[in-house]
Write a protein that binds this ligand. Structure first.
Ligand SMILES: [Zn+2]
Length: 423
């Protein structure tokens, strides 16, 4: 392939290759064809492309594409997979991109987040290896919607070392610089079963769990007060009691009971500290009952993260989006860029960066799926089981945003590009 197709044609090609990932094996698919297509587009732009197997069978792949050499630089990161689709929500073929009269493009993954790749590829056309002092890296990860194994593989292999990363998740065109973490725990209370006619024969795990739940809800009440961060729609650390199971019969003393909970810590609240505190309180709640308690992780968990509001990348993205065309500090590539941003009801820009002077390795949090909603309706993660689309104008607007960001058209970004670009 010599020339890069239009943004819309790239999106059409990427949407056409199904790449559903799901922890339910009935829906899970390979992303190989989609990644190979993406690799062709990246090569047409001038990227040096590496396709990395993530799964042993080679059916799940990461794409690592680079212009320029060395550590540091900027990463544009997206995931190549989509969620499964609900056929009843689609009046069109989810894999045939369809433009509608109201200017939207319908297709599975159009917003979350194959559209991002079309924008990033076009923005990257401005660069060649010789023009860069630091590398520009495009990442396409596997299985973000299920196991996050693609991002984990990049981190564990230390493939990418960058100073800045922009993650193209849909956010309502609001730069998002922090998000909550997530952890899921299982608490299991074990007692001794026995016949119901003589309670002294057993030790009820179910009644012990009742005490544990009381302790957890008390802890949750405290977390609902502090710490607090009003920039989140839900400004506190949350705890959800999501599943409980125990006992086998009304005439038996319950010997075992387990409870699954979900925790969403604010930045600054560590998962480990939460776990230790809820364990301590739970053990205390069942003291003296001859019951035991075990707490186990249901998955590895993802810590909360926050990039400082005054980080250069955050400021650059905010200027690019919020500044007016009259602002002499900002030179828009297209006169209607701001109107397009304002009009857009979906976005592709999530901002994240390493703010340290050193070129720290990308952490899992940088490559993870969680993001702060701009408005509830804007989140494809919630709406994507309905027909998914994006505004066609956004493709141009977002490409311009990336390009302006990359070429230093915003003031604070110039300090970054002085570092990124050759003199
Ligand atoms: Zn996504």
């Amino acid at each position: 392939m010599k020339t890069l197709p239009s943004r819309e044609d790239i999106l059409r090609a990427l949407v056409a290759w199904p790449s559903v990932s799901s922890s339910d094996v009935r829906f899970d698919q390979s992303n190989r064809a989609m990644v190979e297509r993406l690799a062709e587009f990246a090569e047409a732009v001038g990227f040096t492309v590496r396709v990395m197997p993530v799964s042993a069978d080679g059916q799940k792949l990461n794409l690592v594409a680079r212009i320029g050499e060395g550590d540091g630089g900027l990463v544009l990161s997206g995931h190549t997979d989509t969620v499964p689709w609900d056929a009843s929500a689609w009046s069109t073929d989810p894999f045939a991109l369809e433009a509608t009269d109201d200017g939207r493009l319908y297709g599975l993954g159009s917003a979350d987040m194959k559209g991002f790749f079309a924008c990033a590829l076009h923005a990257a056309r401005a660069f060649s290896a010789g023009s860069l002092k630091r590398p520009l890296t495009l990442l396409g990860t596997a299985d973000e919607e299920s196991s996050m194994d693609g991002a984990r593989a990049l981190v564990s292999e230390g493939v990418v070392r960058a100073s800045y990363a922009v993650i193209g998740e849909p956010t309502g065109l609001v730069p998002v610089r922090k998000h909550k973490g997530v952890a899921m725990q299982r608490l299991r209370v074990t007692g001794r079963s026995g016949h119901s006619s003589d309670p002294s024969l057993g030790r009820s795990a179910l009644e012990g769990m009742h005490a544990v739940i009381g302790a957890l809800l008390g802890y949750r009440d405290e977390l609902a007060v502090a710490p607090r961060d009003d920039s989140f729609a839900v400004p506190v650390t949350t705890m959800n009691l999501g599943r409980i199971a125990g006992g086998d019969s009304p005439n038996r003393i319950c010997g075992s009971c387990e409870l699954d909970i979900d925790l969403r810590p604010l930045p600054g609240v560590s998962i480990r500290a939460l776990r230790e505190e809820l364990s301590r309180r739970s053990v205390e709640a069942i003291a003296g009952r001859e019951l035991s308690l075990v707490v186990e992780e249901l998955f590895d968990g993802v810590p909360a993260f926050e990039t400082a509001a005054d980080a250069r990348l955050v400021q650059a993205a905010e200027e690019a989006i919020y500044a007016t065309p009259d602002d002499p500090l900002v030179n828009w590539a297209e006169s209607d860029l701001r109107a397009a941003f304002v009009a857009a009801d979906l976005a592709h820009v999530t901002v994240e960066s390493q703010t340290t002077q050193t070129e720290a390795r990308i952490t899992p949090a940088l490559l993870t799926r969680w993001f702060t909603p701009a408005a509830p309706g804007d989140r494809p993660s919630y709406s994507q089981r309905l027909a998914e689309s994006l505004n066609a104008d956004e493709l141009a607007a977002v490409e311009s945003l990336y390009r302006n960001t990359l070429t230093g058209r915003t003031v604070s970004w110039r300090t970054v590009t002085a570092y990124l670009l050759a003199r």
